[in-house]
Design a protein around this ligand. Structure first.
Ligand code: OGA
Ligand code: NI
Length: 369
């Protein structure tokens, strides 16, 4: 039984409807972990509540990240991306080539997906992190047992187009077509940003093409239902994205926070913009010139928030280390050279609370250098 979020039932209603809900999921007990299809909870279950010193502290004011208009001159855009990238590591882009229709359709179809009855989605539920298409709750990072107030639909899309879409959800009916159109356009924008970065960094313009950006494009459709107590929990833990480049369709409901100068800043999304940030692999390739910045998600009491993160990824076997262009006697390599698969294996645990380490977040990967 799926219930729309919005009105908050009285507690007695909650427990009765929860029992009915559990019965409706007989045969698929794991779906119980999905937050969005469970009856609204009046209080936050213990596994979501962090110790007092690990709770999201009151944050600094909302900040509008630099907004870069990709239709400006190439010189200007190149400079703006590098400046914003070095200063904050996060920026927004507009006039980015992804059509308004593709963005709107994607947002609509993702919200529709999460509103489908639980039984329609039960077959997609899996806790196997190797599964390309699945729904799950909390985070894919290993945690210390605590859970996060977030559900996720993960989709992978191979490029050039293969048959990766075959196991995507069949409902809503237009999901496959909408996701494919969105992913092709969003990846196109990402590849253009990578070319601009290469030019700005003095690398061959196609240095970040090939295996380093040629793995599956992975989509995380993040869904954060209204949370009974946003002050004691998080939607996503502080983490850095492990891929090459992330392009986030952020929703106009705020929630994303970014580590900046020892504190968290709240991202104020601009209309029709994507939020862009560098994944760990860009930090490694540039030997730390560009940083993959830590970020997290806070929840809210009133409205559900749905975001779409598009990850441009290396192939699993791609060997990635600092590029020769960034190395010299004074600049020895700060990171080990690893395959992307090995990197993900090493960098798979999140620590509760923030590390806010401004030098680098890749401590484990650097340790044996
Ligand atoms: C992510 C992520 C942020 C958000 O999916 O890796 O950081 O606001 N998402 O949903
Ligand atoms: Ni992220």
């Amino acid at each position: 039984m799926a219930r729309r979020h919005g009105r908050r039932p009285h507690e007695s209603t909650v427990s009765a409807s929860f029992t009915i809900y559990l019965c409706s999921l007989a045969g698929c007990p794991t779906m119980e972990k999905m937050l969005h299809s469970a009856p609204i909870q009046a209080t936050l279950p213990d596994c979501f509540i962090f110790p007092a010193d690990k709770r999201p502290p009151a944050t600094a004011a909302a900040v509008s990240l630099p907004i870069i208009d990709l239709s400006r001159s190439r010189d200007e855009v190149r400079r703006a991306i590098l400046d914003a990238g070095k200063e904050i590591g996060f920026f927004q882009v507009v006039n980015h080539g992804v059509s308004k229709q593709a963005m709107q359709d994607m947002e609509d179809v993702c919200r529709e997906f999460f509103r489908l009855p639980a039984a329609e989605k039960a077959g997609l539920y899996s806790e196997d992190t190797h599964k390309a298409t699945r729904i799950y709750s909390s985070t894919m990072f290993e945690t210390g047992g605590e859970r996060y107030w977030r559900d996720c639909l993960r989709l992978a899309c191979s490029f050039p187009a293969g048959d990766s879409a075959m196991d995507w959800p069949e409902k809503p009916r237009r999901l496959r077509e909408v996701v494919e159109r969105f992913t092709v356009q969003t990846r196109g924008m990402g590849m253009e940003i990578l070319r601009l970065l290469c030019e700005g960094l003095g690398l061959r313009h196609d240095y970040l093409e090939g295996d380093i950006s040629g793995g599956d494009v992975v989509l995380h459709v993040n869904h954060y239902p209204p949370c009974p107590d946003p002050s004691t929990t998080l939607g996503l833990p502080p983490h850095c994205d492990r891929n090459l480049l992330t392009l986030l369709l952020p929703s106009m409901v705020p929630g994303l926070e970014v580590a900046y100068k020892g504190d968290w800043i709240k991202v104020q999304p601009a209309p029709d913009a994507f939020v862009v940030n560098f994944g760990c692999q860009l930090e490694v390739v540039t030997n730390g010139l560009l940083k993959s910045i830590e970020h997290r998600v806070v929840t809210n009491l009133g409205v559900a928030r749905t975001t779409v993160a598009t990850f441009i990824m290396p192939t699993t076997d791609c060997l990635i280390g600092p590029a020769g262009e960034f190395l010299s006697e004074e600049n020895p390599p700060c990171y080990r050279t690893l395959t992307f698969g090995e990197f993900k294996r090493i960098y798979s645990v999140v620590k509760l609370g923030s590390s806010l380490n401004l030098t680098t977040n890749l401590k484990n990967v650097q340790k044996e250098i």
